[in-house]
Design a protein around this ligand. Structure first.
Ligand code: NDP
Length: 247
């Protein structure tokens, strides 16, 4: 029970990587807040965690809206009295080559992936500062490190998250709040389900461990970063990518 009685907000936990992180946190004894725009899915995940002996509540929020993020934190404090861990995981893609990319595609991706992390972190910082402890984990991507044709918006949002992570880490270190990022490579989720077979094969060739990742590969690292074992780690980006990026 590495996270016994901690309270964790995991954004974008109605499916995919976020859901796996929420389930892993609950398994380690944390009380988790399931967050997404889809109320039915959020409730279903929270209920399923409870059915397996965990503790979870569902709160509907669109992280791109500051008032939703503030409401999310307020509700969490009303329910459980504290927030120990925030995982900024909610993310979207709107892929297009730059020549064809619309302003709306650029704005939507930046609003969810980057501003969403700002909104949730800003909302959670005051209670964490009062507690004089906290863990913030941002889910970035190898694409934010390498770039990717057709993903200028997504890559910019994920690279932005890395700068955000390091700045927040420096600002909050004196309050014993750590801020780190996880950079997954290609992970099997709804987001990557649409990859064509040829593209998938070509991708796999670039991965030294020769497979796409699974959601639990990422969840395990999130548990570690949220646990006491990671108390002396802040401002870092940990790649979970089968060796795609070796810096
Ligand atoms: P999915 O598309 O499977 O899930 C995305 C999650 O984000 C859903 O729970 C969705 O819930 C939520 N979400 C989307 N928009 C919002 C919003 N505006 N407000 C609140 N929640 C939102 O994605 P993955 O699990 O694949 O990805 C999770 C994170 O990991 C993302 O940040 C992604 O960029 C990153 N990542 C993924 C990789 C991969 O290969 N899959 C690789 C590298 C990084 P709902 O629809 O209910 O709002």
């Amino acid at each position: 029970m590495r996270l016994k009685d901690r309270v964790a907000i995991v954004t974008g936990s109605t499916r995919g990587i976020g859901e796996a992180i929420a389930r892993a946190f609950a398994h380690e004894g944390a009380r988790v807040v399931i967050v997404g725009r889809d109320q039915v899915r959020a409730a279903r995940v929270a209920e399923d965690i409870a059915n397996h002996g965990g503790r979870a509540v569902a709160i509907t929020a669109d992280v791109s809206r500051l008032e939703d993020a503030q409401h999310l934190v307020k509700q969490t404090l009303e329910t459980w009295g504290k927030v120990d861990i925030l995982v900024n995981n909610a993310g979207i893609t709107r892929d297009n080559l730059l020549l064809r990319m619309t302003e709306a595609e650029w704005d939507e991706v930046l609003a969810v992936n980057l501003k969403g992390a700002f909104n949730c972190t800003k909302s959670v910082v005051r209670p964490m500062m009062k507690q004089r402890q906290g863990r913030i984990i941002n889910i970035t991507s190898v694409v934010g490190q390498m770039g990717n044709a057709g993903q200028a918006n997504y890559a910019a949002s994920k690279a932005g998250l890395i700068g955000f992570t390091r700045s927040v880490a420096r600002e909050l270190a004196s309050r014993h709040i750590t801020c780190n990022a996880i950079a997954p490579g290609y992970i099997e989720t709804d987001m990557t389900a649409t990859l064509e077979a040829g593209v998938r094969e070509a991708l796999q060739k670039q991965i030294p461990l020769n497979r796409l990742g699974c959601v639990d590969d990422v969840a395990g690292v999130a548990v570690f970063l949220a646990s006491d074992a990671a108390a002396y780690i802040t401002g870092q980006v940990i790649n979970v990518d089968g060796g795609m990026v070796m810096a």
